[in-house]
Design a protein around this ligand. Sequence first.
Ligand SMILES: [Zn+2]
Length: 372
Amino acid sequence: MAELDPRAAPSLRPRRRASAALEYPYAAPTPDGAVVEIAPGVLWARMPLPIALDHLNVWLLRGDTGWTVVDTGMCTETTRMLWERIVAEHLGGAPIEALVCTHYHYDHTGLASWFSERFDVPVYMSLAEFLMLRGMADEMAADGPPPAELQRYLDRAGMPAERSQRLVEALRSDPYMPPPLGQFRRLRAGDELTIGRRRWQVLIGEGHSPEHVCLYCAEERLLIGGDQLLPRITSNVLVTGFEPEANPIGLFFASLDRLDRCAADTLVLPAHQSAFRGLHARTQELREHHRHQFEVLRRYVAEQGEATAFQAMRALFPHLRQASEDILALGETVAHLNALRAEGSLQRRLGAGGVWRYTPAPLREEQPEVHW
Ligand SMILES: [Zn+2]
């Protein structure tokens, strides 16, 4: 579903002020097949995106006999044409030998199937991301009523029937769904990829997607961060209809702790916006962003006395523009509500019509040991 589509969720929009703590040492390549070499044999290119997010950064890593590509861009004729241009103009005649997809969202995997056929290369990703990619393709291709688990999730959130119908229609009419990927090679936490003289360690991030791959080269302090660590956008962290009781914010915070083990002067190569230094400042900003959202929700539920997830979503994201944004905004709201329940400051009960109603939890003598 729209986990595939990280477009224009309010939390994905650039915040107004850029952080003073981050440095951007390289000018970005234009999204027309140009590349910037940010280290010997590490190329940065940009693919245009026909959605609000504007562009995706892709990375090319020179090996002994060819290149490994990280992420593809969306499934469009323009993206295919730009990849042909990059291969013809910037790879020194060496072939593409492998594709790594950081996670299943379709701006990252749109051409995975095309890559595997056009260049006859293996596609590396984590198991959870591969299965999500397969599951989404099946679900989006279906006709008829919306999947039962999605409908139940939206109903329990208190989304009015008309609005949830509009949302499902928007998701199903998405023109950018890529063809399904048939086979993959599995990446797991702690795996090491040797590409040329560099060793890249697989770090797994959770919360934005289930098993997001980041690649860290400790010797040169380079981190390919995907959507797990963006400089000025806060990635959507969301609950889905598949796993409505999940606590992805808890998982996201734990992932930030793991990323904090990277060296302080690491150059982060993110999937959107520009390469930056200031990893530790950025993980701290992301924690603060979510703490602020906790505060908004706590206050809103306290003022109302009781609220549904849909009402809380409208308080947290008052300016949604498109039907498809609802899935990201609601998912992020439920993620925060679930975290507040885990922390013990909210509780919920099933009210009339099978809708969850959230209320402040009575104060306890001792709060459970949950740290954000
Ligand atoms: Zn993503």
